[in-house]
Design a protein around this ligand. Structure first.
Ligand code: RIB
Ligand code: CA
Length: 319
């Protein structure tokens, strides 16, 4: 097998973030160097505690966690998405406390140290609002330029919004940060709603975990998935839940899961109705240089099989 891809995950766990972190740690193709946390699905205190507890659950107290921004760069009227993820961010699933806290360095300083300290390129996987990533780009553009790529879950090209008709949550939460990230000149893969809305799992997909000898990972996954499913049934009338963040991780594991097109992407942050919209010039109308590889199609069946099989295997390995 080839050398694992080194990644840092910036995240706002978050139910789908939690499954994405599990997928990353269950994938031998990846080496997870650190997690950094951001406010989004729930406040920073919860996202940081959730990240620490998830790593403890998975036997990975060795992976450092750096806490970042709780609020967006500019706006203060962004609000957590606690309807989807619950007030605690994990659908009410209680995990054992971790035996350690977040690293004293904080997210941006940790990102700098990890990227500078690696003798191989690092990929930044961004699963939440882009506040920390924008802060890294502003503070140390030289270090951001050393990134292999930023693979971000966010936005949409033809499927625009899940927070408003025009905006996806991660971009909506901090559109000024997102605009700075897309303009930073770092290679970006944008995994947006065009593909994540197809990257779904059904409750029955997780039946392999519903056994009498289910381990702690299985119990946590089932608790989170059940909460997530109830939300989807109540709000959109389907039991198919979008595994947005896991698809971003899966794209690092298997880039062939999605079909991308290079395009100029910018972010609207002044519009009354369009705040947080990713404006994706798929047909190169404005003749700007592309700023991202935008995922437009996905092999949803292959993604679902990868996610579920690896999380099930992870549970079995930790029983
Ligand atoms: O729009 C989906 C994104 O917003 C995911 O990252 C989810 O965790 C929420 O943060
Ligand atoms: Ca997220």
């Amino acid at each position: 097998m080839s050398t694992p891809t080194r990644i840092v995950i910036d995240t706002d766990p978050g139910i789908d973030d939690a499954l994405a972190i599990m997928l990353a740690l269950a994938s031998p193709e990846l080496e997870v160097l650190a997690l950094t946390t951001v406010g989004g699905n729930t406040g920073l205190g919860n996202t940081t505690e959730n990240a620490l507890r998830l790593l403890h659950l998975l036997g990975r107290d060795d992976i450092l966690v750096g806490a970042g921004a709780d609020v967006p760069l500019v706006r203060r009227d962004s609000r957590p998405d606690e309807a989807t993820h619950g007030a605690d961010g994990l659908g009410g699933v209680r995990l054992e406390p971790a035996p350690r806290g977040a690293d004293a360095r904080g997210a941006v300083e940790m990102l700098v140290d990890v990227i500078e300290g690696s003798d191989r390129p690092v990929t930044l996987v961004a699963l939440g609002p882009l506040t920390n990533v924008a802060a890294l780009v502003a503070a140390r553009p030289d270090v951001a330029a050393r990134l292999e790529r930023i693979v971000l879950m966010g936005g949409g090209a033809r499927v625009l919004g899940n927070m408003t008709p025009a905006a996806e949550f991660n971009i909506w939460f901090d559109p000024e940060a997102a605009a700075r990230v897309f303009a930073a000149g770092v290679p970006i893969t944008m995994v947006g709603l065009d593909v994540t809305h197809q990257a779904t799992t059904a409750p029955g997909d997780w039946d392999a975990l519903r056994t009498d000898d289910a381990g702690p990972v299985a119990r946590a996954v089932l608790g989170m998935v059940d909460h997530y499913t109830r939300f989807y049934l109540e709000t959109v009338g389907t039991e198919l839940t979008a595994q947005h963040d896991s698809l971003a991780v899966a794209v690092v594991v298997r880039p062939d899961l999605v079909t991308t097109r290079p395009a100029y992407v910018d972010v609207e942050y002044t519009g009354a109705l369009t705040r947080g919209m990713t404006v994706v010039d798929l047909d190169d109308v404005a003749k700007h240089s592309p700023t991202a590889d935008v995922a437009l199609e996905v092999d949803a069946a292959a993604f679902g099989e990868l996610l579920v099989s690896r999380v099930v295997e992870l549970d079995r390995s930790l029983r």
